[in-house]
Write a protein that binds this ligand. Structure first.
Ligand SMILES: Cc1cc2nc3c(=O)[nH]c(=O)nc-3n(C[C@H](O)[C@H](O)[C@H](O)COP(=O)(O)OP(=O)(O)OC[C@H]3O[C@@H](n4cnc5c(N)ncnc54)[C@H](O)[C@@H]3O)c2cc1C
Length: 501
């Protein structure tokens, strides 16, 4: 008889690990507290507008292809993945801009236009990023980091690649122009880290974007979630929506199953948790069983920043606005310091503006545009959100009106927001953090929450809080780590398919 695996949560990490466990022959049940699959990639439908709640920049799409190939299916039969161009448009505070994407030559031309002195430096930055990628992504992103000696073995490579530097120091070494330094050091923010404190191993993201480009599914990221949901149903995975796990039950050092909020107990041979590990340990596993992750230790961790996201639909289109626009404020280091260390929002914000209708106009009614705008803000550990929410919303709209979306307040047809309090309530994210714990060196790889729980042999963690970390490629890779661990722990299961890259 097959072993029963319960997956708690259906973010991309949960969906991918459910499919990988199913492929290995387990009976799989996915339990999700929201009424839809996807976690942070859930979708809001309002008055004919479709809004993806979270991830919109799809990189390394082969990680999705692999999930379909596990079952001899083709992703193209489920969802269409479209290339996006440019990948990003950067709007700088002096009124200049940079279109980033396409070929290396396209990027070099844009850099030459901004500051010819940085052309050679950019080539070196890209080459260094590729070297880090070869180790950090190709060799290490999909393998377990639960043994200290394995971490030690990586140290010579990490030193050789200069990973003791921060992402900012890495970028500054190669580029002179402040605007270009900002544009090419923001990658850690995509996974919840401050470029001024995140190890430059995360500079691999730069090459990862270059290697496979930036994509967007027709129908939005939600269409990708639905495609995975369809594949899961076809493969006999039991999906239970709108049910929240209240406790992971432990006996004799092992997880025996989960108790739902309504008191129902579901037995399992193994539990894979896709919820935030910090919240899960503190709230779902009785402290008497926890030797490694005590409440005190969890409280001392550094968390990623919070996010304020304003979703809106307009009664007109803004055709000259690209799919992904990054709008830099006046300050950079000061802003990040305020967010990560100071706990203040302030008036000088940097924003990410998403206009999915640039790629797929069907996401809004005819002649209209769907948008979201995102501002990194302090998480709830650093302050009470309710006091500043209104101020942040108005400031965000001011910045848009004075720049890329003139007069937008007069064209809002639908408008609603999501703040760190919503992250805490909806996703059970500790301190309402956007991306679980921060990706600093002291919380990476062996030092992050282990993919196989330190104290419980048959409890696994997948998703942003575990190795390798947040972001869609990260959480899909963490599902590959889970596959390794399941194979290690249950050698009788079938062999995993080789991973193409
Ligand atoms: C606004 C935003 C924009 C982003 N943009 C990008 C981007 O463009 N590109 C990119 O690569 N990454 C992006 N990210 C990061 C990326 O979305 C996340 O790191 C990733 O999707 C997280 O996946 P996950 O597997 O950790 O699960 P999550 O998405 O965090 O899902 C976890 C799920 O577990 C459920 N759950 C928790 N506790 C329980 C419980 N007790 N019982 C049942 N269910 C439970 C939650 O409801 C949730 O559905 C973005 C994130 C945000 C928030």
């Amino acid at each position: 008889m097959s072993e029963h695996v319960i997956v708690v949560g259906s973010g991309f990490g949960g969906l991918a690990s459910a499919l990988r466990a199913r492929k290995l022959g387990f009976d799989v049940t996915v339990i999700e507290r929201l009424e839809q699959l996807g976690g942070r990639a859930q979708t809001f439908n309002r008055d004919g507008f479709v809004f993806d709640a979270g991830p919109t920049v799809i990189t390394a799409p082969f990680l999705f292809d692999e999930l379909f190939e596990l079952f001899d299916r083709h992703i193209e039969d489920y969802v269409e993945i479209l290339p996006v161009s440019p990948w990003y448009r950067y709007e700088f505070n002096d009124g200049s801009h940079l279109n980033y994407g396409g070929t290396v030559e396209d990027t070099l031309k844009e850099i030459e236009r901004i500051n010819p002195e940085d052309v050679e430096g950019y080539k070196k930055l890209l080459a260094h990023s590729e070297q880090i990628f070869d180790v950090g992504f190709s060799q290490l992103a999909h393998v377990p980091f639960n043994k200290f000696w394995f971490m030690l073995k990586q140290v010579p490579d990490l030193i050789r690649l200069g990973c003791y530097r921060t992402v900012w120091q890495f970028t500054k070494r190669y580029l002179k122009d402040e605007r270009l330094r900002r544009a090419f050091s923001i990658q850690p923010l995509l996974v919840g880290g401050n470029p001024f404190s995140t190890t430059s191993i995360y500079s691999l993201i730069h090459y990862l974007e270059r290697r496979w480009g930036v994509h967007f599914p027709r129908g939005g990221t939600g269409a990708l979630v639905q495609a995975l949901g369809k594949l899961m149903t076809e493969q006999g995975i039991d999906i239970r929506l709108g049910q929240s796990v209240a406790q992971i039950q432990i006996a004799d050092g092992r997880a025996t199953g989960v108790t739902l909020e309504d008191g129902t107990f579901l037995a399992a041979d193994r539990v894979i948790c896709n919820g935030d590990p910090a919240y899960t340990y503190k709230n779902l596993i009785a402290s008497t069983y926890r030797k490694t992750w005590t409440d005190r230790r969890i409280d001392r961790l550094k968390y990623s920043m919070g996010l304020y996201v304003l979703y809106f639909g307009t009664d007109r289109t803004y055709d000259d606005v690209e799919h992904h626009t990054i709008i830099f404020g006046d300050t950079y280091q000061e802003l990040l310091q305020r967010i990560f260390d100071g706990g203040e929002v302030g008036n000088d914000l940097s924003l990410y503006l998403h206009r999915p209708t640039a790629t797929d106009p069907a996401l809004a009614p005819d002649g209209k545009d769907a948008f979201y705008v995102l501002a990194p803000v302090p998480n709830l550990q650093r302050g009470d959100w309710a006091d500043v929410k209104h101020q942040v919303k108005e400031r965000v709209l001011d910045i848009l009106e004075s720049g890329v979306l003139p007069g937008v307040r007069n064209h809002l047809e639908v408008c609603f927001d999501f703040d760190p309090t919503d992250f805490a309530q909806q996703y059970q994210s500790q301190w309402g953090a956007g991306f679980s714990i921060a990706p600093i060196f002291a919380q990476s790889a062996f030092f992050r929450f282990h993919n196989r729980a330190e104290d419980f042999d048959n409890l696994y963690f997948v998703g942003a809080g575990t190795h390798p970390g947040a972001g869609v490629p990260g959480v899909l890779s963490s599902a590959k780590v889970i596959e390794h661990l399941l194979l290690e722990d249950c050698p009788a299961t079938s062999q995993a398919l080789p991973c193409p890259n």
